[in-house]
Design a protein around this ligand. Structure first.
Ligand SMILES: *Cc1c(COP(=O)(O)O)cnc(C)c1O
Length: 243
C-alpha cells in the first residue's frame, strides 16, 4: 500500500469508529447512520481508494463536478448532491443521483417535481433548512417551511424523505447541538402534519460536529476533511509496493 492509501485507510477507519462510538453512546444501532463521503476536496485517486476500502456513498456540492466524476468511478456507488442546484441543471442531475440533500426552495422543488414526471423518475430528496439565519446559506427558514408545507407536501412525484441542515462554523461542536435538535423537532412537527410521508432522514453533521449530530438523531452524516487529513496534492512520497 502507498503512503496515501494507508493514510486513507487509517482515516476511514477512525471516522467509522467515531460514528459507531457516537451511535453506541446514544443507544442507536450503528446501521442507523450512513456516512456520505464528501469528495469535493479529494483527488480522484483518493476517492477510488476509499471506494476500494468499502465506501458506497459519495457526495459533491457542485452539480458540475458531480457529473464529471461519475464516469471516473467505475464501481457502483451512490452519488449524493449536497449543494445548491440551479433549476437549469435539474434535468441532468436527476438521473445521476441517489439523493438530493439540498432542495432549498419551493421553486426548485416544483422544478424537480415537474422534470421528475417528464423523465418518469421519482427523485429522492431532502429539504435544506437554514436554521442559523446566515445570509450566506441556502435553504428554507423554519417558518417558511411550516407556512409552505401544504404546497411542499403536495409534491408527490418526489420522494420527500427528510431534512438537511448545516450548523454555523465553530470550533466547539456543542454550539451545533441546538441547531441539530431544532432540525429534529421541526421534522417531528412536519411528520405529525403529514403522517403519510416517511420523513425518516436527518442529514446533519460534518467533520467538526458529526458526533453531536448523531447524538441528536442524524441518519446521514456528510464528512469530507476528516477523511482527507494528512494527505496533500502531489507531495505524496509514495513508495513502490513491497514484496
Ligand atoms: C463540504 C461540505 C461538507 C463536508 O465538510 P467537512 O467539514 O469537510 O466534513 C458537508 N456538507 C456540505 C453541504 C458541504 O458543502
Amino acid at each position: 500500500m502507498s503512503r496515501t492509501e494507508s493514510q486513507l485507510a487509517h482515516n476511514y477507519e477512525q471516522v467509522s469508529k467515531r460514528i459507531e462510538a457516537a451511535c453506541a453512546r446514544s443507544g442507536r444501532a450503528a446501521s442507523s447512520v450512513s456516512l456520505v463521503i464528501v469528495t469535493k476536496y479529494a483527488e480522484i485517486d483518493w476517492v477510488r481508494t476509499l471506494v476500494k476500502l468499502g465506501a458506497t456513498r459519495l457526495g459533491e456540492n457542485r452539480p458540475q463536478q458531480l457529473l464529471a466524476r461519475i464516469p471516473e468511478i467505475p464501481s457502483p456507488v451512490e452519488w449524493h448532491l449536497i449543494g445548491h442546484l440551479q433549476t437549469n441543471k435539474v434535468r441532468r442531475i436527476l438521473p445521476a443521483v441517489a439523493l438530493i440533500h439540498s432542495v432549498d426552495s419551493l421553486r426548485l422543488l416544483r422544478e424537480i417535481e415537474r422534470i421528475g414526471g417528464e423523465l418518469n423518475l421519482r427523485p429522492r430528496i431532502l429539504l435544506e433548512v437554514n436554521l442559523t439565519g446566515e445570509a450566506s446559506k441556502h435553504g428554507f427558514t423554519a417558518d417558511e417551511l411550516e407556512s409552505q408545507w401544504d404546497e411542499v407536501s403536495a409534491c408527490r412525484q418526489v420522494q420527500l424523505e427528510g431534512l438537511m441542515t448545516m450548523a454555523a462554523f465553530s470550533d466547539d461542536p456543542e454550539e451545533s447541538r441546538p441547531v441539530f435538535a431544532s432540525l429534529r423537532e421541526l421534522r417531528d412537527r412536519l411528520a405529525t402534519r403529514s403522517p403519510a410521508l416517511a420523513l425518516t432522514e436527518l442529514s446533519m453533521g460534518m467533520t467538526g460536529d458529526f458526533e453531536v449530530a448523531i447524538e441528536e438523531g442524524a441518519t446521514l452524516v456528510r464528512i469530507g476533511s476528516a477523511l482527507f487529513e494528512g494527505l496533500s496534492d502531489g507531495a505524496d512520497g509514495d513508495q513502490p509496493d513491497g514484496p
